[in-house]
Design a binder for this molecule. Structure first.
Ligand code: ARG
Length: 438
């Protein structure tokens, strides 16, 4: 069950055989491997390298293998070196000598690169679909959250925004993630097939044909590069890492906001867990795991970058490690997007707590300064006046709105009765660019 052996006199060491095998990991590529082989033999026939009959035999056998795998009649298991060995072996088992021609003008080096590119393209598009579904969930939640909340810098109360606007910040981040993944798909969209081991082939094959049969935009020209290019895996894991960074920020915030100290939101029971000893506990494990699993992505990114660092051209077996990093990253990202969608869809936003929260912490101080500027003060002077007013309020343990006009006038004569309306959030949220938050 090996694709090589002619020049060997001894059997491979048993543990070496196991160590060398990637089958338990790359069996996931069976569909792409069969798709690639069908395109390859179609092309071999068009280029008169194999006959029409041979092509038909091989394609039928390949399709049978695929169906048998799908119907669980064929198990992806056994002493095979990798998925390529498995498929070729099964095809040859079915059609005998003709099956052995399948690898004409091909190497596992261009084969695995092709399979992986097909898989990464498809799965990255699945990530985009999952992200689009999450965007819909966020938009839907935002449409029912048009009420004010405190927003922070340095985790200190800063100014008022709406909960809707807060959620839509993440909407924009995730939109950028989609664009980045789309761009990576477009950059990687070239076919390595036909590069063979590293130096092409003496056959007049048609690389444009296999490329278009497999849905690639173009042929990846330089064969040394194309069999050893794993940039697209690094780029995708990098974009996934950035996406996870966004999800981890959202998770962290919702964990904080669901604490008793904030109490801005409550997660649904379906996305929380309890404690084995403290009966009262309801913990945001869903979001903590998303935050935690972000570490896996960063680890995988560092891992694959390190695997590729300083590798000489062209193919080296080190590259077989790429799949572990990619598959784990992909699965984690899909799981986390699914969990975050569920959390957001079901979480309860405590409007009453938020409306209390915006009353404290001088959240309208900047708007008061804006008011004074409109009355003729230079902004820097207005800043100073409001700063002093805030200090006075802190000593009196009250908010700016609580001071009467005489007290306010101690700091500036520019202030008038209309200040009280101006610094109400219901008024200033309708002014200037703040209108966008409603
Ligand atoms: N299992 C290998 C991988 O994933 C396939 C390519 C093997 N090529 C070779 N020359 N040994 O990278």
């Amino acid at each position: 069950m090996k694709l090589w052996g002619g020049r060997f006199e001894k059997q491979e060491d048993k543990f070496m055989d196991k160590f060398n095998s990637s089958f338990s990991i790359d069996s996931r590529l069976y569909k792409q491997d069969i798709m690639g082989s069908i395109a390859h033999v179609t092309m071999l026939c068009k280029c008169h390298i194999i006959t029409e009959d041979e092509k038909n035999l091989m394609i039928n056998a390949l399709k049978e293998v695929e169906t048998e795998i799908e119907e669980n009649k064929l198990v992806l298991d056994g002493d095979f070196e990798d998925i390529h060995t498995f498929v070729e072996y099964k095809v040859t088992e079915k059609i005998g000598a003709t099956g052995k021609k399948i690898h004409t003008a091909r190497s596992r080096n261009d084969q695995v690169a092709t399979d992986m590119k097909l898989y990464v393209k498809l799965s990255a598009n699945n990530v985009i679909s999952a992200l689009k579904a999450l965007l819909d969930v966020i938009e839907e939640k935002a449409s029912t959250s048009n009420f004010p909340m405190p927003a922070y810098t340095h985790l200190q109360r800063a100014q008022i925004v709406t909960f809707k606007y807060y959620l839509m910040a993440y909407y924009e981040m995730l939109q950028r993630d989609i664009k980045r993944i789309e761009s990576a798909i477009s950059i990687m969209d070239s076919s390595p097939l036909g590069s063979c081991a590293l130096a092409g082939t003496t056959y007049d094959i048609d690389r444009d044909l296999t490329s278009s049969l497999l849905g690639f935009k173009e042929v990846q020209k330089n064969t040394l590069d194309s069999v050893s290019d794993r940039d697209y895996i690094i780029e995708m894991i990098s974009h996934f890492s950035l996406l996870m960074m966004h999800l981890s920020r959202l998770s962290e915030e919702l964990i904080i906001y669901s604490s008793k100290e904030f109490s801005f939101v409550e997660l649904d029971d379906a996305y929380s867990t309890g404690s084995s000893i403290m009966p009262q506990k309801k913990n945001p494990d869903s979001l903590e795991l998303v935050r935690g699993k972000t570490g896996r992505l960063y680890g995988n990114l560092m891992g694959i970058l390190t695997v590729m660092k300083a590798l000489p051209l062209s193919y080296n077996k080190d590259m077989q490690e790429d799949k572990t990093y990619y598959f784990e990253s992909l699965d984690t990202v899909i799981d986390c997007i699914t969990i975050v969608s569920g959390v957001i869809k079901t979480m309860h936003i405590k409007k009453e707590v938020l409306s209390e929260a915006i009353k404290g912490g001088f959240l309208n101080a900047t708007e008061y300064a804006d008011y004074l500027v409109k009355k003729g003060a230079a902004f820097r002077d207005a800043h100073e006046i409001v700063g002093k007013t805030v200090k006075y309020c802190e000593e009196k343990k009250c908010e700016i709105d609580d001071l009467d006009l005489n007290e306010l006038k101690k700091f500036t004569q520019l202030v008038d009765e209309d200040i009280y309306n101006y610094i109400k959030s219901s008024s200033f949220m309708k002014m200037g660019t703040k209108k966008d938050m409603l």
